[in-house]
Design a protein around this ligand. Structure first.
Ligand code: 13P
Length: 336
């Protein structure tokens, strides 16, 4: 019953020149980021930091949607306006991370499965009521000498499909995120093989679970060599490997790919996005849903000090603008 609404929200999230800001760090993840810059990880600091991000002047020119977390979707700005409304007033679509993190997979040392399906239908209804219009679920796939197992890839694909089906049932656009990590010594070719297999399982499961592909977005990892691999690929190789993988596995019915940054330097994530768009002849929009690659410089500039807000907002604005510009070279099939 929500089909048209889902498709139009998915399209709005990948509107030309716009991408998504992932600001959905769990309390433990944001606490680690705050500790790295010596800022106390208390609720007021988390609220103030999210308010800083969301009130960045002009952000709506480059950012179509922002992913929130269970805590921040309930937060108010300093003048008492719900942060969700602060976004809506600027035409930015609020979204919500709905997975509950990962757990070790029994019987498969080193493999992880994402949890949070049990009460998901009820939580989705509440998030929609609170103003969310899209959702995100992240599966984490680590590459090691014996990982990931096919069983892990299938288990995660199944959870992603169940999450996506439940989201669409609730009228929320699912962002399906199978992240193949860049930790380790693996080559870019091994990353490509694992990514391709993971995506094949994910789309098999999505179709089996009757997920409407036109009303979802895929959030993949760019295909990269492991951080400790002696041969680091250049931007052209990253773009070619990533696009080859995606063309082989992602159906044309999916409107867009919104890449995560995954721990790359912010300028590298932007360069890779730009190169992909320059070399791109594929049916989907190629956009971004970056967390660290949009926030790192803003977080450092802020440093927990309210007198640095303007400087921090300028840093976020600049990264958002660079990534917006990185999308502008795309040549879309059928639109040439
Ligand atoms: P990064 O861009 O920092 O990888 O974060 C994106 C995200 O949403 C991870 O789940």
């Amino acid at each position: 019953m929500f089909d048209l609404q889902l498709e139009s929200t998915a399209r709005a999230l990948i509107a030309p020149g716009k991408g998504i800001l992932a600001a959905d760090e769990s309390t433990s993840t944001i606490s680690k980021r705050f500790m790295n810059i010596g800022v106390e990880a208390n609720e007021e600091n988390r609220r103030a930091y999210r308010e800083l991000l969301f009130t960045t002047p002009g952000l709506h020119q480059f950012i179509s949607g922002i992913i929130l977390y269970d805590e921040s979707i309930r937060h108010l700005s300093s003048d008492g306006t719900p942060l969700v409304n602060v976004l809506k007033q600027q035409g930015i679509i609020p979204g919500i991370k709905v997975d509950k993190g990962t757990a070790d997979m029994a019987g498969f040392p080193g493999d992880k499965v994402t949890v949070g399906l049990d009460d998901l239908r009820e939580r989705l209804a509440e998030y929609r009521e609170l103003g969310a219009r899209f959702t995100k679920w992240r599966a984490v796939i680590a590459i090691g000498s014996d990982t990931p197992s096919d069983c892990c890839l299938r288990a995660n694909a199944h959870s992603l499909a169940r999450f996506a089906a439940l989201s669409q049932e609730a009228g929320l656009v699912p962002i399906v995120e199978p992240e193949v990590l860049m930790d380790g010594t693996h080559t870019i070719q091994r990353h490509a093989v694992i990514t391709q297999k993971a995506l094949r399982f994910v789309f098999e499961a999505l179709v089996e679970h009757r997920v409407r592909l036109e009303g979802m977005l895929l959030k993949p990892k760019m295909v990269l060599a492991g951080k400790e691999c002696p041969h680091q690929a250049d931007a052209a190789e990253v773009a070619d490997e990533t696009l080859r993988c995606m063309r082989r596995t992602v159906p044309a019915a999916v409107p867009g790919l919104v890449f995560l940054s995954g721990g790359q330097r912010d300028v590298d994530a932007t360069a890779h996005l730009k190169t992909m768009n320059q070399r791109h002849t594929a049916p989907w929009e190629l956009s971004f849903s970056f967390g660290r690659a949009l926030q790192d410089s803003a977080l450092k500039s802020w440093d927990g000090n309210s007198s640095n807000i303007t400087q921090a907002q300028r840093a976020l604005h600049d990264r958002a603008q660079c990534n917006s510009e990185a999308r502008s070279n795309s040549i879309q099939i059928g639109k040439q």
